[in-house]
Ligand binder design. Structure first.
Ligand code: PLP
Length: 356
């Protein structure tokens, strides 16, 4: 069976050594040694200053909203994983959707300003499939209207923009370290926080609002445990291999489908991580027919992102985002992971080519 992704598992002996270390110390969570080590190594690897590990990418978003004191409405992209929107609703914030750009699949800055009103407190763009947004334009809009910016950078492990980590943009960027992501800690995530004081405050938010035994503010429990950190330390050792293997698969798809299917237009100022390979079919019918043929051979790509989040029932959305709905109805993410053989990939390419 071939799925859209396959969780990367590191050398089990290396993981077991960490497990023994955890058993010997008896320290399983609460900012343990491995969490601290991973946090430091990730800052170095990614080239970021203030990174805080948490239990998943969704709670990272929720903590970012609390940390920045958001209220009222937040302008966001309808073309994302459901957590981008549901985390806002969960925190009693109202998502207001600005439609995406049909080529990059990212929020179109031209659509943002029209959605701003006196109740708007922030912009929450998504670097879709690790493709950096137009960060300069978004920053200038935020500055002129005095809004916070949070990037859902769940897909951006190792992505650089103009030579600098894309995670350094916005007041906060959040990332997911779920098992299906490029780099993972089984479940996990992080916040990357621009302001040093807010970084210190975030450390209390993830730990019940506690600091040195005092209760400073309202908090939640979002602490990463040592077993997750151990997985992260093992996977981090293998990043070069993980990224180069995916790049090989990515380039083969690119060669096969360029000019035949609509592909995502990537930011030319970016160093990419080749996390996903999305293709857009000419119609939903063509997509469904192709998926059926792939499924017959036990190949299971994913309709990702689908549906467009402005159609989610718990978000009353006055105006439909036409471009997001049009792309969501026709997009498919193809299998891409370490260990996908060239023969397997060529079979996928053949089935798709025969159906378009
Ligand atoms: C995976 C993902 C999340 C959620 O991350 P979890 O770690 O699974 O909670 C949020 N946003 C996007 C765009 C994602 O792909």
């Amino acid at each position: 069976m071939i799925n859209v992704t396959k969780t990367y598992l590191p050398d089990i002996n290396k993981y077991n050594k960490y497990t023994e270390q955890i058993f010997n110390s008896g320290w399983l969570t609460n900012n343990g040694e491995l969490v601290q080590t991973l946090q430091k190594r990730l800052c170095e690897y990614l080239g970021v200053k203030n990174l805080l590990l948490v239990t998943n990418g969704t709670i990272a978003l929720q903590i970012a909203y609390k940390l920045l004191g958001l209220s009222g409405q937040v302008i966001t992209s309808p073309f994302s994983f459901v957590a981008t929107t549901s985390s806002l609703v969960w925190e009693n914030l109202k998502p207001v959707f600005a439609d995406i750009d049909q080529a990059t699949f990212n929020i179109d800055p031209e659509n943002i300003a029209a959605k701003i009103n006196k109740n708007t407190s922030a912009i929450l763009p998504v670097h879709v499939f690790g493709n950096p947004c137009d960060v300069e334009t978004i920053e200038s809009i935020a500055k002129s209207y005095d809004l916070k910016v949070i990037y859902d950078a769940a897909h951006c492990f190792g992505v650089k923009y103009k030579g600098k980590s894309v995670l350094e943009y916005g007041d906060v960027s959040t990332i997911s370290f779920h098992a299906t992501k490029l780099f993972h800690t089984i479940e996990g995530g992080a916040l990357i926080i621009r302001d040093d004081e807010l970084y210190e405050k975030a450390k209390t938010l993830i730990n019940f609002g506690l600091s040195n035994g005092d209760i400073l503010n309202v908090g939640i429990n979002a602490k990463m445990n040592e077993f997750s950190a151990a997985m992260g330390l093992c996977v981090l050792d293998d990043m070069e291999k993980i990224i180069s293997e995916r790049e090989r698969v990515w380039k083969r798809y690119q060669e096969a489908f360029l000019g035949k299917l609509k592909l995502q237009k990537m930011n030319t100022d970016a160093l990419l991580n080749h996390h996903y390979f999305p293709v857009v079919f000419s119609s939903t019918g063509c997509l469904l027919k192709t998926v059926e043929q792939l499924n017959k051979q036990q190949i299971f790509p994913r309709r990702y992102f689908y549906p467009s989040l402005d159609s989610v029932t718990y978000v009353p959305s006055e105006v439909k985002c036409e471009i997001s709905n049009a792309i969501a109805g026709r997009i498919l993410c193809l299998p891409i992971y370490v260990g996908l053989s060239t023969a397997e990939q060529d079979n996928i390419i053949k089935i798709i080519t025969d159906n378009i």
